[in-house]
Design a protein around this ligand. Sequence first.
Ligand code: ATP
Length: 269
Amino acid sequence: PSSTREGFTEIPNVKWEDVGGLDLLRKEFDRYIVSRLKHREDYAEFGVDLETGFLLYGPPGCGKTLIAKAVANEAGANFIHIKGPEILNKYVGESELAIRTIFSRARTCAPCILFFDEVDALTTTRGKEGGWVVERLLNQLLIELDGAGQRQGVFVIGATNRPEVMDRAVLRPGRFGKLLYVPLPGPDERGLILKALARKKPIDEDVDLIDIGRKDACENLSGADLAAVINEAAMAAMEEKQMLGKDSYGTRTWTIKAGHFDLALKKIS
Ligand code: ATP
């Protein structure tokens, strides 16, 4: 989708209902971003000063990008999606300029959420992996993050699977100061994720998604894996319709049934 194109600016169309589980994170972001943008005067009146930089960390495919987009949607904020490694690879020799440009654009289109995916690529502990290029880039990033005072309505969210390789300096208050863990879903959260993913699909009324989420076959599956499961199930149902549909009465409604989920789970796990 166009919203994942590097640096593209728009309000994402991901709603909270599209995010399964992760209620605590939702509450945090409500306080720190959504309600803050909606009730600016109250925050000013009471002099409430909250962090504007966040780091989402945890295993891949568990909803870091998804939540960030949902927060932007909920807050009515623009969303700029930056992929850490692209800054390094695409703008060789001009990465610092790229960083400056990105922050300046974020200020221009505030309220705005600036999302750095794979942010560890830009903030790896100095001198280890990337050498002087990363060092200079990191310094530029720190300068921009510290410009918090002028960043009215700009929130920065970083995402990483490897927080341990990140330079401690970027994790200080005012930078990526608030750390939020995005865990692998547990049995009940898996059901909630399946429900969120099923919102726009013709699921049979006899299918209990919460029950499916609790199955052993779902153990250790991430949100991205569950998306693959539901997609396989949908495909199995669709192929059944294509094969049998022409022989049946036109009034029959075709739905995704428990059997399709069983097939899908066998395929995925
Ligand atoms: P990565 O670290 O690989 O970038 P991520 O944590 O950013 O992963 P997302 O890109 O947000 O993961 O998730 C990938 C896809 O998996 C989503 O587009 C969605 O289809 C599904 N998904 C993951 N987590 C959830 C969730 N909590 N609720 C609903 N869908 C989810």
